[in-house]
Design a protein around this ligand. Structure first.
Ligand code: GLY
Length: 330
């Protein structure tokens, strides 16, 4: 086990109470991004608890002098390949037709982007998105075209539907009710978004998801949309979103947070302002979750959500820890 894996395991073990719930982790890092980091200190920040093993993989790249772009790709491939994570990649919950369709995007410090959406049969849409970025002069390829593109670039076709996800779908199908465990209040939107700053001060971001569980076949959320699910401006900062994609798209969420940072807000202030904008757009009524993670080019981070429950993982200085994010609605 690498040093950072061992430390994160110890930290996570210590943080788990008897009921298995995560308690706030008071830390030398501070709760939010008020602490400025030196530019040559690499950082990775990512959404939810599957961000912890993702950060471990990203840290391996960053701590050996690798690029932020390689770090975010390697990082998010971990939950993409984990059958226990039901909101990303292999093992993700299917759509209403019991088909697992995936969305992902990646963006580098030079502003180049790659994105795929509505892709079936490939475990690592983030790596297909990177191929789109590097091998074509397009930004986004979707559906059958993206699958054909993946096949031609040597990606192996696999069945993404696990028994766990199929039985979840069967349970949903049997009830299809508003007051069961599945829809719409306990939406499964736990997209992984990851941002990294490498030792050379370069930023990159990645975002990948199986999207809303049991969605209408063909539905695409915010995650593969540059500026909604994720955005990087190497002169300002990087942002990734998670939660109700439709709400994030309506405010161009990640782009909005970056622009607010450009105007002088801290990452935390910018996340709050964008979340308030979402509430405003919905007439003050929000029965869904949205969360943002943000990282400035100087290494200051922020993370915030609409309602309680959002967690983010932060890897810096050889430590990788899970934090509860602040939220704006009680
Ligand atoms: N944020 C993921 C989605 O709505 O698809």
């Amino acid at each position: 086990m690498s040093e950072i894996s061992r430390r994160s395991f110890i930290k996570m073990s210590a943080a788990l109470g008897a009921a298995g719930s995560i308690v706030p982790l008071g830390s030398a890092l501070g709760k939010t991004g008020s602490e400025k980091m030196m530019k040559d200190n690499p950082i990775a920040i990512s959404t939810w608890k599957h961000g912890v093993p993702a950060n471990d993989a990203a840290w391996k790249v960053l701590s050996s002098g690798g690029s932020a772009l390689d770090a975010v790709e390697q990082g998010v491939r971990v939950p993409e390949g984990d059958p226990e994570v039901t909101s990303v990649g292999y093992g993700g919950y299917p759509d209403e037709d019991c088909r697992v369709t995936l969305d992902a995007c990646i963006m580098g410090p030079d502003g180049t982007t790659g994105s795929v959406a509505f892709v079936e049969g490939y475990k690592h849409p983030i790596s297909i998105a990177r191929k789109v970025m590097e091998e074509t002069d397009h930004d986004m390829i979707v559906g059958e075209g993206a699958e054909e593109f993946a096949r031609k670039h040597g990606f192996k076709k696999v069945d993404l539907l696990t028994e766990k996800a199929r039985s979840g779908w069967l349970k949903w199908k049997a009830k299809m009710s508003d007051d069961d465990d599945w829809l719409p209040r306990k939406e499964n939107h736990d997209t992984i978004g990851m941002l990294a700053l490498d030792a050379k001060g370069q930023l990159a971001g990645a975002c990948t998801t199986s999207g809303l569980a049991f969605k209408i076949h063909g539905r695409v959320g915010d995650s593969p949309i540059i500026g909604a699910g994720m955005y990087v401006d190497n002169e300002v900062g990087a942002v990734a979103a998670t939660g109700r994609g439709e709400a994030v798209i309506r405010v161009c969420g990640s782009f909005l947070v970056v622009e607010l940072m450009r105007q002088g807000m801290s990452p935390q202030e910018a996340c709050r302002e964008a979340l308030e904008r979402i509430v405003e757009k919905h007439g003050g009524k929000t029965d869904f979750q949205v969360g943002f993670v943000a990282l400035s080019r100087g290494g200051e981070h922020g993370a915030m959500s609409l309602v309680k429950g959002f967690e983010y993982a932060l890897a810096v200085d050889g430590r990788n820890e899970l934090f509860k994010a602040e939220y704006i609605i009680e």
